[in-house]
Ligand binder design. Structure first.
Ligand SMILES: [Ca+2]
Length: 276
């Protein structure tokens, strides 16, 4: 029997729900349905949705307006297996309609993995540069003065294949490596095009390679004055020392030249809703 609009004000039957469907999404389940009667003849006041929430360990009852034909159940989890939903319409006179049921499994909740970082203050003595040009190379302080016109330059008179690097002593141990630099503001200068990033805990330790950056893959900048900020790279341990070793420059010349260098304190926020 189809219960569309009726003149009998003493007891209007509810309009039944049809075509109830369920869509699984990451961390939520979407229910959708139609009504047996066309819009305008729908006799319902609301639809009641009932289900058991295994996360809160309780029965949940939601009501949605008669004009609604979908509902998203938030914070569902794959690990809880099947959810069973019961929908029941109620008419303008609160007469209950036919119960519809549907079951389904949620997709896994989305993993949240984000980093926050802030710059760590360095002193010039925290920086050692291997192979500074003896007269025109500048000093480590030039990398910290926030002035793009002061710079460091490694020794361009050395033969090709000479490896130059910057060693940094961290003021505070870190688990994640993140750094930034600014190319020297001079079009004739050479900039890092392949860099190996190493960490270690103690001064006497061997270096551990954490990441190799390449110009094409990692967008190391090749224009004068351009800046680069690395992603966050996890070290196998909390480190105190960082080596920025330049294997190639974008011009192919032996030396590289930078105007600023910075390191960061990094905190990671990781949350897997399925893991609790
Ligand atoms: Ca500078």
């Amino acid at each position: 029997m189809v219960a569309c609009s009726s003149d009998d004000e003493n007891g209007v039957p509810a309009t039944d729900i049809i075509n109830l469907s369920l869509q699984s999404n990451p961390g939520n389940i979407e229910l959708a349905w139609d009504y047996e009667c066309p819009e305008g003849e729908n006799t319902n006041r609301y639809v009641e949705i009932r289900y058991y929430d295994p996360a809160k360990k309780k029965e949940v009852k939601k009501t949605v307006s008669a004009f609604t034909n979908s509902y998203t159940v938030e914070d569902t989890r794959k690990k809880y297996g099947e959810y069973k939903f019961t929908l029941q319409p109620f008419s303008t006179t609160f007469s209950p309609g036919t119960i519809q049921e549907i079951s389904g499994v949620s997709e896994a909740g989305k993993i949240i993995d984000t980093y926050t970082s802030k710059e760590l203050t360095m002193q010039p003595e925290d920086i050692y540069i291997e192979g500074l040009h003896p007269t025109g190379g500048g000093t480590p302080a030039n990398l910290l003065d926030k002035n793009p016109e002061t710079f460091i330059n490694t020794d361009y008179t050395k033969p090709l294949g000479t490896i130059f690097y910057i060693d940094i002593t961290y003021p505070k141990a870190q688990k994640y490596l993140k750094f930034s630099y600014i190319n020297r503001n001079n079009k004739a200068a050479s900039f890092p095009a392949e860099v190996k990033c190493y960490c270690k805990v103690n001064e006497k330790d061997d270096w551990t390679l954490v990441k190799t950056l390449k110009q094409a893959d990692d967008n190391l900048p090749t224009s004068a004055g351009a800046s680069y900020t690395s992603k966050e790279y996890e070290c196998p341990f909390e480190f105190n020392y960082f080596r920025f070793e330049v294997l190639k420059t974008h011009t192919g010349k032996v030396n590289f030249s930078l105007s600023e260098f910075a390191i960061y304190e990094v905190e990671r926020f990781y949350y897997d809703p399925e893991a609790e």
